[in-house]
Design a protein around this ligand. Structure first.
Ligand SMILES: C[S@@+](CC[C@H](N)C(=O)[O-])C[C@H]1O[C@@H](n2cnc3c(N)ncnc32)[C@H](O)[C@@H]1O
Length: 250
């Protein structure tokens, strides 16, 4: 396995998935429950106050889980998935919908002679502070700028040569394409740019449904597995799925 390149102990800033709108939902719920608890306290309704207090605790826990999954949880899960790939260090890795680069930089840290390419349309409603410049700053902060390339590209129409990547990864990006036809196009694009023998790893809400499209696109070894509590995103028991696949050797 390749060593961990990059600057030890240095990490970029990767924002919040779903933008601040996702967090605002928790804030509004928390405020409503706090208001209810205060009202119940003033009007001597101990049962209502207790219920509102319990609800407030649950919402706070849910918000904490969401923040964990969008940050350290995601990085821990992907560190493990990338370790399982046992990279040599000279691979070309593509991250489809890389955003600010949380997964891209983890991949780049595992490369020595290879390249980590991030493709995105950098939409802010999908991740707070999302921009190509933010991804660039993170590459510098992580000490991997020399290995990282960023491309303005829609996942449905990648401006990348066929069979040019050893590994294609994607985290929580393809489900942001609203229509199933568009998601299928993005999946076929991911397979098109994969070298024979190359490997694909996608973590996404809809990843379970991607398996059939990947098989139709010629992938083998297509498997789906649920990831653990780190991917709850505020909803206990809601595990994100991983779909893994490979392009058969030529
Ligand atoms: C929730 S963010 C996840 C970012 C990153 N993969 C991560 O896990 O930190 C979703 C990303 O998908 C990107 N995205 C959405 N639709 C896309 C499309 N059609 N083509 C490329 N990227 C897209 C967004 O711009 C955003 O960066």
């Amino acid at each position: 396995m390749a060593g961990r390149g990059g600057r030890p102990g240095q990490h970029g800033r990767y924002g919040i998935d779903g933008g601040f709108a996702g967090l605002a939902v928790f804030g509004v719920a928390e405020a409503a429950l706090a208001g209810t608890a205060a009202w119940a306290g003033c009007h001597r309704r101990p049962a209502v106050a207790a219920l509102a207090g319990a609800g407030g605790t649950a919402v706070a826990g849910s918000a904490a889980s969401y923040l964990y999954s969008t940050g350290p949880g995601k990085r821990a899960v992907w560190a493990q998935l990338l370790d399982e790939l046992d990279l040599r260090g000279d691979e070309h890795v593509l991250d489809v919908g890389c955003g600010r680069g949380a997964v891209l930089m983890l991949a780049a840290r595992r490369l020595t002679a290879g390249r980590a390419v991030g493709a995105d349309i950098w939409r802010r409603r999908d991740q707070s502070g999302n921009s190509r410049a933010a991804a660039e700053r993170n590459a510098v902060a992580e000490g991997v700028r020399d290995r990282v390339e960023l491309v303005d590209a829609d996942a449905r129409d990648l401006p990348l040569a066929p069979a040019s990547f050893d590994v294609v990864v994607s985290s929580l990006a393809i489900s942001n394409i609203r229509d199933s036809g568009g998601r299928a196009r993005a999946l076929r694009e991911a397979v098109r740019v994969l070298r024979p023998g190359g490997r694909l790893r996608i973590v996404d809400d809809g990843a379970g449904r991607y398996a059939a499209v990947l098989r139709e696109a010629g992938c083998t070894s297509v498997t789906v597995r649920q990831l653990g509590w780190r991917t709850w995103y505020g909803v206990p028991g809601h595990h994100l799925p991983l779909v893994a696949a490979a392009r058969p050797p030529g």
